[in-house]
Ligand binder design. Structure first.
Ligand code: DAH
Length: 339
């Protein structure tokens, strides 16, 4: 009996020592200590022994069991340590390797131009306001003197969500919203995205940006409009820039004008940028139509106002001498970084 126990013990010890992982230890445990394991079998066969021998053998078997359990626990700890050491070696970080660079983005030229422009108008006391891109026909057309069936609606065809709700075709919609609120006097600038049913080409896009300006108060005149636009033009395009108002028609202003600035490239002599004329068109403007004031609840006999709408892409392209509007929408960082 003793010999047999000794043999089992030695065999188990050897197997434990040779183990390289937890799985083989699990197997050894089943084989020697499990229900059908060798030690358990020995305990079972004790019934054949004499009553005197039984407790002795029982004690010996239990000692061997306890010893083997200790050995296995020690081996498990050693394996764990080994694995950790191996992993630490594998995961060593070479701190001398160059890091991965994070590439910084760049402000979009439209955004740079808009911030320049806003700075000029904030300096003149304007407040920047926001308006919805999904707009009611009422604000985009009707309150701006463009009733149903007006031909201007055809020129500014857009994406309709319902008959009365559309993607705004102009930031002028914000004018009506602000005037309707009735907080006078008004002096606001409202930049934002607008939409038209236009094909994409070098100068058109179905989605672009405008910057709307509106001033309403007592004794606001066309001279104020001209002075304001001069101020903007010289600050934005350079101190020598001159402005010129050309008569035009917009349904919501009377009188209306389009504004040209002297070509920043040739100073007015005529060149490729201004197509030889010396002038470049940059915006539409006018005195707010009395009927528009009235429809928005403002008394045109007491108050007057001027408004203007600048095409943001247009002045960005001009300022940075970019010849294709599509470049502004591709967001190629190699292009954007040049501004
Ligand atoms: N909304 C006009 C357009 O998209 C531009 C414009 C003209 C805006 C005259 C104005 C204005 O505020 O007074 O063509």
């Amino acid at each position: 009996m003793n010999d047999k126990l000794q043999k089992i013990r030695e065999e188990a010890e050897r197997r434990i020592a040779e183990s390289r992982n937890n799985e083989s230890l699990d197997e050894i445990k089943v084989e020697f200590l499990g229900k059908k394991g060798e030690l358990t079998q020995m305990l079972k066969s004790m019934k054949d022994l004499s009553p005197e021998e039984r407790p002795k053998v029982g004690q010996m078997v239990n000692e061997v069991r306890a010893h083997l359990e200790e050995e296995m626990a020690a081996k498990r700890a050693a394996i764990k340590k080994e694995l950790l050491t191996a992993r630490l070696q594998r995961e060593t970080i070479d701190v001398t390797l160059p890091g991965t660079k994070t590439i910084r983005g760049h402000k979009h030229p439209n955004q740079i131009a808009l911030e320049d422009l806003e700075r000029v108008f904030i300096g003149m006391g304007y407040e920047i306001v926001d308006g919805p891109e999904v707009e009611y026909d009422r604000y985009n057309f009707e309150l701006l003197n463009i009733p149903e069936n007006h031909p201007a609606k055809d020129e500014q065809d857009t994406f309709y969500i319902t008959k009365d709700i559309l993607l705004r075709t102009q930031t002028s919609s914000v004018q009506a919203r602000i005037m309707e609120k009735g907080d006078l006097p008004i002096k606001i600038l409202s930049p934002g995205r607008v939409f038209r049913s236009d094909e994409v080409d070098a100068t058109h896009s179905p989605s672009f940006h405008q910057v709307e300006g509106l001033v309403v108060g007592k004794y606001v005149t066309m001279a104020d409009l001209k002075g304001t636009l001069d101020q903007f033009a010289t600050n934005f395009f350079g101190p020598k820039t001159k402005t010129k108002l050309r008569p035009h028609h917009f349904p919501f202003t009377e009188p209306s004008a389009e504004v040209d600035v002297t070509c920043f490239k040739c100073g007015g002599k005529g060149c490729g940028v201004c197509k030889g004329s010396g002038w470049i068109e940059i915006l539409g403007c006018g005195m707010v139509h009395p009927h528009v004031l009235e429809m928005c609840g403002i008394d045109p006999d007491v108050y007057s106002g001027f408004a203007f709408g600048i095409g943001l892409e247009r002045i960005t392209l001009l300022k940075y001498e970019i010849d294709d509007m599509r470049l502004l929408y591709e967001n190629d960082i190699r292009f954007l970084e040049q501004f």
